[in-house]
Design a protein around this ligand. Structure first.
Ligand code: AMP
Length: 358
């Protein structure tokens, strides 16, 4: 992995008055570009092919400059240009999906701590992170011990696609055979207890440049919004059930819907964010910037956490002018994209960008 000192050397050569915000043209880029624009930054979009239509349709979310590559994996094609333009790269789900482990070597300042992105991308590491944080997490079971509904998560499954629900060992064996799942794939999969409840995906921002508000670690934890993913077909499966059809449940993310939590649940959600930050500091040096945890609240009003996203999530696309929660923190329109740009501005002013990027 590229050393933090090397990134700091690159940063030192940056013209801080001409900083740009860059991201891959995908996932939450419209929001990131719009937020950067609101804070007065120029922007760079890295795109595959000439997918201009989307950006032409949304002039206030169009980057000032495009870098066109054949594949997002072609980091050599864009990293030098980004450095030349004093750019900070904002990571999102598509960077993790398409660039993957090459993130380790990417010679560009990345918003946040790039180590966190690698912890997110490794299921075993993520479980370790959640355990260290002391979060309530679903049980992980061995095939021979399946005694309740479980969700089998395969490696590389994107957005829940292809997950399988099983209730006992025989069903597990049968479904794995039917789907041609190899032992090698199984070794990298997780069989997780299925938690019944209502899903809440809170969006947090961890700032190192404020000493008011909810103090966590050496900074402030902000809760900026919350969503629920809309998943096909599980979310509307009851419609088929009404006429006696029970298709295999699927969890393919197709969108996001806003949600607010009952006010008395906010303490629990904030504490989950706090514990996630505290553990990240101990394990790999912290997680400045945006992150999200996927939770389910059971009927006993207990939250289970089953995933951490250590960067901006697509659920924040719901709130280009801010959410219920961001209003209570900022009293001005504040999307996550804008929050990121605001933090870069503050860090640059304090001459402390190295605290915010790696
Ligand atoms: P993930 O890939 O972990 O984000 O999961 C994709 C989707 O599967 C989630 O958004 C949930 O709807 C569902 N899911 C994941 N893990 C669990 C679990 N342990 N219990 C119930 N539903 C889950």
């Amino acid at each position: 992995m590229i050393k933090k000192e090397e990134i700091e050397l690159i940063l030192k050569k940056y013209d801080r008055k001409k900083l740009r915000i860059a991201t891959l043209c995908s996932h939450s880029s419209l929001q990131i570009f719009n937020g950067a624009w609101e804070e007065g930054f120029r922007t760079i979009g890295i795109r595959v092919g000439e997918n201009r239509v989307t950006y032409d349709a949304f002039p206030y979310a169009k980057p000032d400059m495009f870098i066109t590559v054949e594949e997002f994996r072609d980091v050599e094609r864009f990293q030098e240009l980004l450095i030349e333009h004093n750019a900070i790269l904002v990571p999102h789900g598509s960077l993790i999906e398409f660039v993957g482990r090459r993130i380790e070597e990417l010679a560009v300042p990345i918003l946040g701590n790039r180590k966190a992105l690698l912890w997110e991308n490794d299921r075993q590491k993520m479980i370790k992170w959640m355990q260290k944080a002391g979060l309530r997490i679903p049980k992980t079971l061995e095939p021979g011990k399946i005694d309740r509904p479980c969700i089998v998560k395969f490696p590389g499954a994107k957005g829940g696609r292809g997950y399988v629900v099983v209730k006992n060992e025989a069903e597990f064996e049968r479904k794995m055979r039917e789907r041609g799942i190899t032992d090698e794939m199984l070794a990298k999969s997780v069989i997780q207890e299925y938690i019944v409840g209502i899903r809440f995906y809170p969006h947090y921002f961890y700032s190192l440049f404020h000493d008011d508000g909810f103090r966590v670690g050496e900074g402030r934890l902000e809760l900026l919004g919350m969503d629920q993913r809309v998943e096909d077909n599980i979310d509307e499966i009851y419609r088929a059930n009404t006429f006696g059809y029970s298709p295999e449940p699927q969890f393919t993310v197709v969108g996001n819907a806003p949600i607010v939590a009952r006010e008395s649940l906010l303490d629990q959600l904030l504490t989950i964010g706090q514990k996630t930050v505290d553990a990240s500091i101990e394990l790999f040096g912290g997680i400045p910037g945006p992150f999200c945890v996927e939770t389910t609240c059971t009927e006993n009003l207990e939250f289970y956490v089953f995933e951490i996203s250590s960067r901006i999530v697509a659920g924040t696309n719901l709130f280009p002018r801010g959410s219920t929660y961001s209003w209570f923190t900022f009293n001005e329109p504040m999307s996550m994209g804008r929050r990121i740009a605001r933090e870069i501005k503050i860090a640059a002013k304090k001459n402390a960008l190295e605290k915010l990027v790696y």
